[in-house]
Design a protein around this ligand. Structure first.
Ligand SMILES: *Cc1c(COP(=O)(O)O)cnc(C)c1O
Length: 416
């Protein structure tokens, strides 16, 4: 079975997790900042906690935060739980990034932050975001934070400039499905010394110290994840996930239950075990992303020309956390590929303002591109460690499925 994603966890990560002494969270923060060209990096239990803490620490409260409609719902949760209101902006169907013409119109005198997501690792035009935000600041006489959501993009760059350093802060998710992982965990990078010390102080005042029991839990989770993604086990794991509710708590909790809440341990500190795993992953970041780019370039060549399919942009500086296509009938395609032992992913399969509880005031027809993307996107395995033969197998199966089901009326409606 070729899984839809696979963490790049090997002996080095397992060894780092097993160690009882060594580097800790502060070392991980330093190395993270160095790797991504930031002055400061501050670690949290989750990426969502990092964003929440940024707003709390800086007194962003009772304000509007502008974010794309097509992003991870936990970003919206962080906005709401920090006492703010989400103002959603539709996305472009070219690269799924925030529509910047709409961003311009969405900023009001109450806007205190803008959170662009470099979704799937495709970089947003950060120069234009900055220009729009600065113009709005002058117009309204306000200060608007720009927080880059780099959970999919990490070191991605736009025209050679790293997107993570193009605003006031950047947010990173380090869970098991991200480009690099610290088992769980999130990171905030900040350029300004004074802002960083306020956030760090807030973090130190509000997080609970990691316990030995927590460290053991994290080790166990990493071992379980490594085992679950092994070729022998993955078929069974997938069957359990799709046919039984046993893994719902892991794979669906906090996403699709219609409630705005964080996991109970969101205020726990990152453990040193996680930091040590994160340090190993940081050292491998460059090669992990290079592999993903090579896989994306291969698919781009192999799949070009299928009528009715929209392939993702191939742009310099993208990290390809996901190779995302739009296809006319993704359920059929998913099933066809599963029969060939290949799993496709459906991330992100929702549009935030179309899901409860964010859909209360959503007018019909609003955020159409976000909704469209949520219904038609499918992603193809591009993880580090995928072999050339496996890539060829995936492309071959996709081409065969496309040939068996040529363009029909649905495809025409789809071509926009
Ligand atoms: C994963 C993710 C985050 C943060 O996730 P946590 O699970 O809270 O660490 C933020 N934004 C996007 C787009 C993500 O995919």
């Amino acid at each position: 079975m070729i899984p839809r994603f696979k963490p790049a966890i090997g002996a080095a990560e397992l060894g780092a997790a097993a160690a009882v002494r060594g580097a800790g969270v502060a070392d991980f923060e330093c190395e993270f900042a160095r790797t991504f060209g930031a002055r400061h990096a501050i670690a949290f239990s989750y990426g969502r906690t990092a964003l929440w803490a940024l707003f709390k620490a800086l007194g962003v409260d009772g304000a509007e935060v502008v974010l794309p409609a097509y992003t991870c719902v936990v970003v919206a949760h962080a906005v709401v739980l920090s006492g703010n209101t989400c103002r959603f902006v539709d996305v472009s169907l070219r690269d799924y990034g925030m529509d910047l013409d709409e961003l311009e119109r969405a900023i009001t005198p109450r806007t205190r932050a803008v959170v662009p997501t470099h979704v799937f690792g495709y970089p947003v035009d950060v120069d234009r975001v900055q220009a729009i935000v600065h113009a709005a600041e002058r117009r309204f006489g306000t200060r608007i934070l720009v927080v880059q959501d780099c959970a999919h993009s990490f070191g991605a760059s736009f025209r050679g400039k790293p997107v993570a350093t193009a605003g006031d802060a950047a947010l990173f998710g380090l869970g098991i499905s991200k480009l690099i992982t610290s088992i769980f965990g999130g990171m905030l990078t900040i350029a300004d010394d004074e802002l960083a010390s306020r956030v760090r102080r807030f973090r130190d005042d509000h997080v609970r110290a990691a316990t030995a029991a927590k460290a053991m839990q994290r080790r166990a989770y990493l071992v379980a994840a490594a085992a679950a993604f092994s070729p022998a086990a993955y078929g069974a794991v997938r069957w359990i996930e799709s046919e039984t509710p046993l893994l719902d708590r892991m794979s669906k909790a906090y996403h699709l239950d219609g409630l705005v809440h964080f996991p109970p341990d969101h205020l726990d500190a990152m453990t040193d075990v996680e930091a040590r795993v994160g340090l190993v992953q940081l050292a491998r970041y460059g090669s992990i992303v290079e592999e993903r780019r090579a896989h994306a370039a291969y698919y781009d060549r192999a799949l070009t020309g299928i009528v009715g399919w929209d392939l993702p942009p191939i742009v310099d500086g993208a990290t390809y956390s996901h190779y995302v296509m739009r296809v006319p009938n993704r359920r059929d395609l998913r099933r066809a590929l599963l029969r060939r032992g290949i799993e496709l992913g459906e991330l992100i399969q929702y549009s935030v303002p179309h899901m409860p509880p964010y859909d209360r005031d959503t007018p019909p027809g609003a955020w159409p591109n976000s909704r469209f993307a949520s219904e038609h996107t499918i992603n193809v395995p591009v993880y580090s460690g995928l072999t050339a033969a496996e890539c060829a197998r995936v492309a071959g199966a996709l081409l065969e499925a496309a040939a068996r089901r040529p363009a029909d009326a649905a495809h025409v409606a789809f071509g926009r």
